[in-house]
Design a protein around this ligand. Structure first.
Ligand SMILES: NC(=O)c1ccc[n+]([C@@H]2O[C@H](COP(=O)([O-])OP(=O)(O)OC[C@H]3O[C@@H](n4cnc5c(N)ncnc54)[C@H](OP(=O)(O)O)[C@@H]3O)[C@@H](O)[C@H]2O)c1
Length: 324
């Protein structure tokens, strides 16, 4: 029997309760995985609260984890018992100690990347790769604005963009997070709950605005993000931590021939070859130290509710993990 967090109703963190489940043997194309670390993402909060109705209930939430292959199903090549792997999935089911997994989404982990680090950074790091190398290709000299710069994705984005030669302006919710953002490569940090970030961006860029805004905050920042763009600037809205963005006038983009995108990492990793290319790029910057990341603060799997409370409270100054 495995231990799993089974969501039976939408609601607050308290609906995340532990149960025993049967896992069974791997079918064709599947692996049986003993999970060693489970990443926590803001997406999990939307699923738990019912904002996203993408997991049918009862269901096991969670979209990334790392672990060890216990058994290989018929027809699977390239994996053997004992292999260390990590994965991201739009099909959920990661908040568990063991599971069956389609082999075609498993990524073998290099020796330099331990399981807890992989479960902490894989989804966030692939998202950062998508944003700085594909959605908008960051080059030396670009001016970049990253909201929630001390957050899980935010911190990786700041490091990667500054490694590629951009000047990064980060917004954060507290002075403690400002230090984290600076350490992640932000040249300028704006406390956006106290200061008007649009005015600060205009001051910092001598009125020009930025080439790209990476906005995961959504409702509270969307308008200001549009107003922070330079001519030809691009707003990549990739999350909604403060709530969904309401309708806006497309004509607003004509002010500076601006572009708006709403990228989703699962579309980018759906192709196996692309997934491998993106994870190789991520493991490369991590192994070379161009990106530094620590394993997230660990909570026992059974304490998933406490971990969600911490993420939603905005107290979390870094990523969080569940350890089965
Ligand atoms: N599109 C994609 O493919 C994709 C992939 C991965 C993640 N995402 C999205 O990226 C965002 C960041 O994910 P993450 O896991 O790295 O989380 P995170 O950034 O570590 O946590 C969210 C942060 O958002 C900020 N925030 C601003 N207003 C908030 C509010 N009203 N309530 C809570 N937080 C608020 C807080 O930072 P401050 O205190 O500094 O404001 C908070 O720490 C999420 O929206 C997630 O859904 C999207």
């Amino acid at each position: 029997m495995a231990e799993a967090i089974v969501l039976r109703e939408y609601g607050g963190p308290e609906v995340l309760r532990s149960e025993s489940i049967e896992v069974g043997k791997p079918g064709p194309g599947e692996l049986r995985i003993r999970q060693t670390a489970v990443g926590i993402n803001f997406h999990d909060v939307y699923v738990r609260s019912g904002l996203y109705r993408t997991l049918s209930l009862p269901g096991i939430p969670g979209i990334e984890a790392a672990g060890v292959v216990e058994e290989v199903g018929p027809g699977v090549s390239g994996f053997a018992a004992g292999d260390r792997i990590a994965y991201v999935t739009a099909r959920y089911g990661t908040y568990t100690s063991e599971r069956l997994l389609p082999a075609d989404i498993a990524i073998r982990l290099p020796a330099a990347i331990d399981d807890k680090l992989a479960a902490t950074v894989l989804l966030k790091g692939l998202t950062a790769e998508m944003l700085v190398r594909q959605v908008y290709r960051i080059e030396r000299g670009h001016l970049v604005l990253v909201h929630a710069a001390a957050g899980g994705v935010g911190r990786l984005l700041c490091q990667w963009a500054s490694h590629l030669g951009a000047t990064v302006i980060g917004t954060v919710g507290s002075t403690e997070k400002a230090e984290i953002a600076r350490a992640a490569g932000c040249k300028h940090v704006v406390l956006y709950r106290e200061e008007n970030f649009v005015e600060r961006v205009r001051e910092i860029t001598d009125g020009r605005g930025v080439d790209i805004v990476y906005d995961s905050v959504g409702r509270d920042t969307f308008e200001g993000s549009l107003d922070s763009l330079a001519t030809f600037g691009h707003l990549a809205n990739f999350g909604q931590s403060s709530g969904s963005v309401t309708a806006f006038e497309v004509a607003r983009l004509s002010k500076g021939s601006n572009a708006l995108s709403r990228p989703v990492v699962f579309h980018y990793v759906a192709d196996r070859a692309k997934l491998e290319g993106m994870s190789t790029a991520l493991f490369d910057v991590l192994s070379r130290g161009a990106l530094t990341a620590q394993p997230g603060k660990a909570f026992p799997l059974a304490e998933a509710a406490a971990a969600h409370e911490e993420l939603e409270s905005r107290r979390a100054a870094g990523p969080l993990l569940l350890v089965p």
